[in-house]
Design a protein around this ligand. Structure first.
Ligand code: NAD
Length: 275
């Protein structure tokens, strides 16, 4: 009969504890981009709680200060902030060196029809949300390959799988990120490196709060009607997702138990893509 650990699950051949409750990332270095806010902040805190040495990267120094202040050091994890604007692609590639876990999360959004969409914003969105992840993966792989272990998690979106009007740059960047993630999965497989996407629907973060306020102003309707009538029309579950729920999915993809999951896209979409 198979022996089980305290959580009731069989121990992994690696000897690390089984089950999410026993998620053990001690000794792993995790680089999280866009960690000053929203989903990235929750991911950084979750990985540090699991024992990882987290490097929290963002261009927002004040947000990073708030994150490090909020992090109550405990267990074996740690959290250190690094201010960097990812449009500096060479610096982004250098920053990724030595990471065992890379979370490509930083992002931005502009909602406008294509004929009014400023070309320079399109370029910036593609740079931060597609080219920077490429350069970060490129910078992280030598160490991951040398150690025979790595986890790349790309925070994509339902918009990596489905389009919506007025989000040309965002949808293009996320669809590109899906392709990059799958390619990294195929190349990394022989080296113990997995690469996956997480695909949330609308998450309660500052990025979405801004969209709600903008759309409420544009349509002249209250914020709760924007959420109900614009954001939740395609989901079966009629609520926003919380950033902590995304962080749990991310954490799972970093476990030993998830070592056979690669090249995949995990929808956290309340049934949106079931249509
Ligand atoms: P957010 O605005 O709360 O946080 C994004 C972070 O990225 C910010 O801290 C910002 O400073 C940082 N950032 C932006 N440009 C940067 C740059 N050039 N260099 C360094 N850092 C930069 O947004 P969020 O909602 O937490 O989104 C995080 C990720 O999740 C994004 O990739 C987004 O597309 C994705 N996502 C969000 C939702 C949602 O509903 N909120 C849904 C699906 C996917």
């Amino acid at each position: 009969m198979t022996q089980t650990d305290a959580s009731g699950t069989a121990p992994h051949p690696s000897g690390r504890p089984g089950g999410l409750a026993g998620l053990d990332l001690r000794g792993r270095t995790a680089l999280v981009t866009g960690a000053a806010s929203g989903i990235g902040r929750s991911c950084a805190l979750r990985l540090a709680a699991a024992g990882a040495r987290v490097r929290a990267l963002d261009r927002d120094a004040a947000g990073l200060d708030a994150l490090t202040a909020a992090y109550a050091a405990g267990g074996d994890g740690s959290l250190a902030a690094e201010v960097l604007d990812l449009t500096d692609l060479d610096a982004a590639e250098r920053a990724a060196a030595g990471a065992d876990i890379l979370v490509n999360n930083a992002g931005l959004q502009l909602v406008k029809p294509i004929e009014e969409f400023p070309g320079e914003v399109f370029h910036t969105v593609l740079t931060v949300m597609l080219e920077a992840p490429f350069r970060l993966i490129k910078g992280a792989l030598p160490h991951m390959y040398a150690s025979g272990w790595g986890r790349i998690v790309n925070i994509s979106s339902v918009h990596g799988l489905r389009a919506s009007p007025y989000k040309s740059a965002y949808v293009a960047a996320k669809h590109g990120l899906e392709g990059l993630s799958k390619t990294a999965a195929l190349e990394g497989a022989a080296h113990g490196v997995t690469s996956n996407c997480v695909n949330p629907a609308y998450v309660r973060t500052p990025l979405v709060e801004r969209q709600i306020a903008d759309q409420a102003a544009a349509h002249g309707i209250p914020a709760e009607r924007v959420v109900r009538e614009v954001m939740l029309t395609d989901t079966a579950l009629k609520r926003l997702l919380e950033p902590e729920e995304v962080a749990e999915a991310l954490a799972y993809l970093c476990t030993e138990q998830a070592s056979f999951i690669t090249g995949s896209s995990l929808p956290l979409d309340g049934g949106w893509t079931a249509h």
